[in-house]
Ligand binder design. Sequence first.
Ligand SMILES: Nc1ncnc2c1ncn2[C@@H]1O[C@H](COP(=O)(O)OP(=O)(O)OP(=O)(O)O)[C@@H](O)[C@H]1O
Ligand SMILES: [Mg+2]
Length: 267
Amino acid sequence: MLSTLNTTADTPGHDPGSIAGGACVQLRGLNHWYGSGTNRRQVIQGVDLTINPGEVVLLTGPSGCGKTTLLTLVGALRQVMAGSVQVFGVELNGSSRGERQHLRRSIGMIFQGHNLLRCLSAEQNVQMGADLLPDLSYRARRDLARQWLRAVGLDDHLGKLPHDLSGGQKQRVAIARALAAQPRLLLADEPTAALDSRTGREVVDLLKGLARNQACAVLMVTHDPRILDIADRVVRMEDGRLIDRGDGERLWGADRLPDRGPDAIEG
Ligand SMILES: Nc1ncnc2c1ncn2[C@@H]1O[C@H](COP(=O)(O)OP(=O)(O)OP(=O)(O)O)[C@@H](O)[C@H]1O
Ligand SMILES: [Mg+2]
């Protein structure tokens, strides 16, 4: 059984800015494409979305519709090509590499493929997350890493290298690492995909707890119908367009969206 960590506000954290109205994330007219010339393929088309602190937003949609691309744009992992992405008040369209790097320190990311460092133990991998927190002693960071590993049910695996862990265990280390950094925004790409249903449930409950206790906004891609109930909103994407933002506002049908930005040029 996973335990819930008491993540109190007195632990040092980051101090990101804010968007007017208090939103963590604000996307306006976002477009993105891969390739160039005749190979150019638009994968994000005129997306508008706002996410508020403490809100858990699930992003669903068919394979290849652009979910991971959207997550990497919000996570400042990709350069914004057209439209506006504001995260904690920082406009990412036209941002410098330094601004994006700085912003990423406030964002926890759990992506498919784990991205654990192979030569570091589970504990050291998670401690890397805690290392992002300013003004914490080595011992405090190590204790935080152990607490999060315990919280995801891995207290017996602290010293193991990723190589010696199962897929689900690696996924849990990646989750613990993201949470140890006490992010103000958490981006998760199918975090329960490699987990059995009970552990998957416990992990999303942890993420929900994080959102509640730390006003951390969560944007999570999932195909898992068993966890839809943790969402404040379920947003649906098809062919790069949001067809349902889960906020009750009626969106244009995909074929009736007004042309926006550079995607309109090539047709
Ligand atoms: N680096 C890239 N270069 C070219 N095309 C890409 C690249 N990354 C993704 N794509 C294409 O862009 C489209 C959207 O990909 P994306 O990974 O965002 O989809 P997804 O909704 O996350 O899919 P899945 O549910 O399978 O993970 C797909 O057609 C994909 O093949
Ligand atoms: Mg994906």
